[in-house]
Design a protein. Structure first.
Length: 271
């Protein structure tokens, strides 16, 4: 987002915190996802609610009329606050609402002391999808109804993940909004990490790390980036030894594979 939309996102984020402290975070998240689906489906309504030529109170009044009786008063009031703000593009408005819905469900997990679990579960499910092409095929198949996908995921994951994780995974699979399933899961994971200003480090290592090793690695990365760093660790025998670490767009590669490849390039350049 740029310009007016970025400023509006920051202001709405502050208002979201007030809404979260005053109400049911899970319900707010669920209902914001419902609002998102409505706006993605009704393009004329979305454009009307984000049209800067319309007075802010007119946009808020329209939102209130559309949502009256369909969501809680807390969600309707927050949605009205959001559409009062100035959005450069209509898609910026819906992107913001999606983000707020995710934040609300993440806040619900945080309040239950399950934020670490949620981050780990989103990451692990992404890896499960990558390792099981048949499951991924069903989840990304547009011929399979969202209801069927939701039922399948509930049967697979209910009782094995936190409720917030299941809700976010279902949303990612049933309403990806033109993105790949993996991209949506990654975005949701980043929002979860940002909830407490943490970075996510994706670590590929040849062998499982001990808790002591994980602690030392997390502490070293946190000191390097001056922020808490959450580790998502994937055991990958193909790295042969050492480990590779990706934090955002930065990669720290200390694997034997990487060093062998570098040696091979040097030999080829010298020959």
């Amino acid at each position: 987002m740029r310009g007016a939309s970025r400023a509006s996102l920051a202001e709405a984020t502050e208002r979201l915190e007030t809404a979260l402290s005053a109400g049911d975070a899970t319900r707010l998240g669920d209902e914001l996802f419902a609002v998102l689906r409505l706006l993605d489906r009704e393009h004329v309504l979305r454009r009307a609610l984000s049209d800067p030529a319309r007075p802010a109170e007119q946009r808020a009044g329209l939102a209130g009329a559309v949502l009256d009786g369909k969501v809680s008063s807390a969600t309707a009031e927050f949605a009205a606050d959001v559409v009062r703000l100035r959005w450069g593009r209509s898609v910026d408005l819906t992107d913001a609402i999606e983000r707020f819905a995710v934040v609300a469900l993440v806040a619900s997990a945080e309040a239950a002391g399950k934020l670490d679990d949620l981050e780990d579960e989103l990451f692990r499910f992404d890896r499960i999808v990558e390792a099981q092409p048949e499951l991924r095929g069903v989840l990304v198949d547009r011929r399979v109804s969202p209801e069927r996908k939701a039922t399948l995921l509930t049967e697979l994951l209910e009782g094995k993940t936190t409720p917030s994780s299941l809700r976010l995974i279902v949303e990612a699979a049933t309403h990806p909004r033109g993105r790949s399933l993996e991209r949506v899961l990654a975005e949701f994971g980043r929002i979860a990490a940002e909830r407490r200003n943490r970075l996510v480090a994706v670590v590929h290592t040849a062998v499982e790390l001990s808790e002591e090793q994980k602690g030392r690695l997390s502490a070293a990365l946190s000191a390097q980036y001056d922020r808490d760093v959450h580790l998502n660790i994937e055991v990958d025998p193909s790295v042969l030894g050492g480990m590779s670490i990706r934090v955002g767009d930065e990669e720290i590669d200390g694997t034997i594979v990487r060093r062998l490849a570098e040696i091979r390039r040097r030999i080829e350049r010298a020959s």
